[in-house]
Design a protein around this ligand. Structure first.
Ligand code: THU
Length: 141
């Protein structure tokens, strides 16, 4: 991805953050994924009064993309307020690995701080069972 595309992705995540439903934690998160065909799919965290049912923004974005038939994902941007950009939780890192995300862009809402890392740095040894071509649907379904 080029720097322009990365800026587009961060902006989409920042806009999606406005839709966050986080009345319990008050911590609003936005995410956006870049599919291999250039489509951008957004997500926000969605909480529930039964706290454990809450969904992180990253997984909402990734699973939305998959439900749209986009399994081959290149990058994700995550935006939340804080002294430092948000680092995705372990569960979301594992879900990123499932769909081949390599680039993780973490940013504060006004772009004060932006950090880009490879997923391999955030999750060096993901649990993977099937080869990539089968996970992404380019091999057997
Ligand atoms: N959250 C995310 O959306 N992404 C993360 O990577 C970490 C946490 C959400 C879940 C919950 O709604 C709120 O932030 C506080 O944990």
């Amino acid at each position: 991805m080029n720097p322009e595309q990365m800026t587009t992705l961060v902006r989409a995540a920042r806009d999606a953050r406005r839709k966050a439903y986080a009345p319990y934690s008050g911590f609003k998160v936005g995410a956006a994924v870049w599919a291999v065909d250039g489509t951008v799919v957004t997500g926000c965290n969605v909480e529930n009064v039964s706290y454990g049912l809450s969904h992180c923004a990253e997984r909402v974005a990734i699973h939305k993309a998959v439900s749209m038939g986009k399994r081959r994902l290149l990058a994700i941007a995550v935006v939340a307020e804080g002294a430092e950009p948000p680092t995705p939780c372990g569960a979301c890192r594992q879900v990123m690995a499932e769909f081949g995300i390599e680039t993780v862009i973490m940013a504060t809402p006004r772009g004060r701080k932006v950090i880009t890392k490879n997923l391999s740095e955030l999750l060096p040894e993901p649990f993977l069972f099937l080869p990539k071509r089968q996970r992404t649907g380019t091999g057997r379904e």
